[in-house]
Design a protein around this ligand. Structure first.
Ligand SMILES: *Cc1c(COP(=O)(O)O)cnc(C)c1O
Length: 374
């Protein structure tokens, strides 16, 4: 038997309905979406535009503002580096959070090499941004404020409306990495005055290697990839038509099921939390402002690596972000909450998904309790 999969923040399986939608676009409908002169191209081009229309409502966007990329990593790079390369004189400052995903933090580091100033704001012990600190950090010289919607380790939801208001009051652009939030938490890019939003298909039961950057009207970005001028010039290169069709189908499923699915996931997560909590097992991050499918706990006195290793054949969970787990470094997110290295290493991240059942949650509670000895 394969282990029970509870690592949905790392990735999710492709929904069978999504795969079914994709398959004809590998073979029968193999056309290049940019071929204008024959039905093969028209078919592919039409499928891409349908996907754009399916994805846009996930974030309250107009479909023409949706730009396809290779994933949220590329979207974050394009948003940050692309905006910086078009920064007006006197706006060479970026504000972000210490708890952002690596694909936001690393492009910010690279801007610093290019003479930008970047403020990495700490967070409160519950993982939320301190709005007073944010307000003090953002000035008339700030180009961009980049804050994620939901954290990929602790699931904490940031107050986007208030953050957007602060960014706008100083004339700064507002970028949001919504890779984890989209599909479960409603996001309205236009109501929130978001200028740039990053999404990833494989976090919402779509294929890996496809993403979106929402680019609001009148936002100027320098492309990272030049070529045929695809995607309004923001991202050249032949489009991954099957992947994009899959992303569209995945978005459509989320749109029709998410309210009910959110309730189900929240109930499962609360069941898991109630089963695990003890005087040795504590939650990391706010339980109130949190993705319904996320739980992250620290186990006093446990050795995280050994605990995970002992569980690995039966339950697939992680101690932190998938990209950080090969390094010996404790999670930068948990450190930002004020945890010690040992506490960060003794933390477990659970990401529930569409496939998980109540019986699986009960089994995981039993396994973890047994290994932890509580
Ligand atoms: C997964 C993830 C990414 C990276 O997305 P890819 O499509 O895998 O490049 C970026 N940000 C967050 C918050 C994520 O969870």
């Amino acid at each position: 038997m394969p282990p029970i999969y509870m690592d949905s923040h790392a990735t999710t399986p492709v929904d069978p309905r999504v795969l079914e939608a994709m398959l004809p676009f590998f073979t029968e409908h193999f056309g290049n979406a940019s071929s204008r002169n024959h039905p093969f191209g028209w078919k592919a081009g039409k499928a891409v535009e349908t996907a754009r229309e399916q994805i846009a409502p996930l974030i309250g966007a107009r479909f023409r503002d949706v730009v396809f990329t290779s994933g949220a990593t590329e979207s974050n790079n394009l948003a940050i580096k692309g905006a910086a390369a078009r920064a007006p004189e006197g706006r060479r400052h970026v504000v972000t959070l210490a708890t952002e995903h690596r694909s936001v933090l690393d492009p910010c580091r690279s801007l610093e090499q290019g003479g930008f100033r970047v403020t990495y704001l700490g967070v409160r012990p519950d993982g939320l941004v301190d709005l007073g600190e944010l307000e003090a950090a953002v000035t008339d010289g700030t180009l961009l404020v980049s804050v994620m919607a939901a954290n990929n380790e602790i699931g904490v939801l940031q107050p986007l409306k208030e953050i957007g208001r602060i960014a706008k009051s100083r004339g700064a652009l507002f970028h949001c990495d919504a890779a984890q939030a989209a599909g479960t938490v409603p996001i309205d890019a236009r109501a929130l005055e978001l200028d740039l939003v990053s999404l990833s298909a494989h976090k919402i039961y779509g294929p890996k290697g496809v993403g979106v950057l929402y680019v609001a009207k009148n936002v100027h970005l320098e492309p990272l990839v030049d070529g045929g001028g695809h995607e309004r010039g923001f991202r050249s290169g032949t489009l991954d038509v099957p992947g994009i069709v899959g992303f569209g189908a995945a978005a459509e499923i989320c749109r029709h099921t998410s309210a009910e699915e959110t309730r189900r996931l929240r109930a499962l997560r609360d069941r898991l939390w109630n089963g695990l909590r003890s005087d040795r097992v504590h939650a990391n991050g706010s339980m109130e402002h949190r993705l319904p499918q996320n739980l992250n706990v620290r186990v006093d006195g446990a050795h995280g690596d050994e605990l995970l290793k002992s569980l690995a054949s039966e339950v697939a969970i992680s101690s932190g972000a998938a990209c950080a787990t090969t390094s010996a470094e404790p999670s930068h997110v948990l450190k930002a909450l004020g945890l010690s290295d040992a506490q960060a290493r003794a933390s477990l991240r659970f990401g529930l998904g569409r496939h998980n059942t109540e019986a699986e949650v009960d089994r995981v509670i039993e396994l973890v309790r047994c290994r932890v000895g509580s």
